[in-house]
Ligand binder design. Sequence first.
Ligand SMILES: Cc1ncc(COP(=O)(O)O)c(C=O)c1O
Length: 350
Amino acid sequence: MTVPARVIDLRSDTVTLPTPAMREAMVRAVVGDDVMGEDPTVKELETYAASLFGMDAALYVPSGTMANQAAIRAWCRNGDEALVVSDAHVFYYEAGSAAGLNGVQLHLVPCRNGDFDLSDFEVRIRPASDPHFPLTRLFWIENTHNRGGGTIVPLVKMRQLHALGRRMNIPVHVDGARLANASVATGIPLDEWAAHCDSLSLCLSKGLGAPVGSILAGSGEFITRCRRARKALGGGMRQAGIIAAAGLYALQNNIERLAVDHRRAQELAAMLRSVPGYSVPDRVDTNILMVDLDPSVPIDAAELQRRLERHGVKLYSVKPRPVRAVFHLNLEDDAVDIAAHAFKEALKNG
Ligand SMILES: Cc1ncc(COP(=O)(O)O)c(C=O)c1O
């Protein structure tokens, strides 16, 4: 077997490296002590992000996980309950921090690829007058939905949940790590999505290509609570303008190009539809493609992953699917052909 000339890394959109122009912005950044509120570049990023979402205020935090935990801490108290779509990152991949760090119980709401029935939220709201129950303090959705395969939760669903939340006095938080993907794919601007929730996050270090950081946005009062939560969680950073400059560059330059990632994910899906042994979803909303192995194929996800890597393509297996391909800014157009070829070879020649 020949050694692949080049390795295509489709494990995640977090593997992107800063471009020369982004590094240049970092070098030029004017910085100060952000814990003292004196970093002009962090302030510029936060102001820019707030205006992008049409929200009162925004906060720069080191990671998507910290954005999620700071939001939970800002909305809930110990012993409260948050209603969270099943399979959400905050439930699955954050080391149990909602409970471990914030003392908040997550009550899962069934969903299909992030999409949900409003009634499944409604029936889970606890009667606040009965001391047996925790207080339902927060609704939580994820858009796009990572484990669902980058699927978009329709705006109309967010609007309905927001209306229910208003009626019941329960805020809606959107883990919008990849909300920019939803915005580009639908043509619905970020502020329109943001109008149908009380708070949200956005990751700068995924498809947008910054090396570090996420944004939280919401009311001024919410962001003040998040700032305190960020400090409590160890996320107060000093001359953070160096990395915030990359985040600002990402927001100003890398949103529209997400369409390229979406096109490539759809092209790979189209190619794999005609390859015996694989099945892919009919609809590929954004930059993530989940690939299933047909039951007749006698290998499992781990073996498929090994074979693909031998053919120069790195992927993750994500249960219950065999593998997940994620398109991002560090790829060229030929990544689609290379990946399609590797998938074919993996079943033909091992
Ligand atoms: C939907 C979602 N939320 C939050 C995160 C966490 O981001 P980070 O890895 O920066 O902590 C991720 C990361 O993949 C994610 O996909």
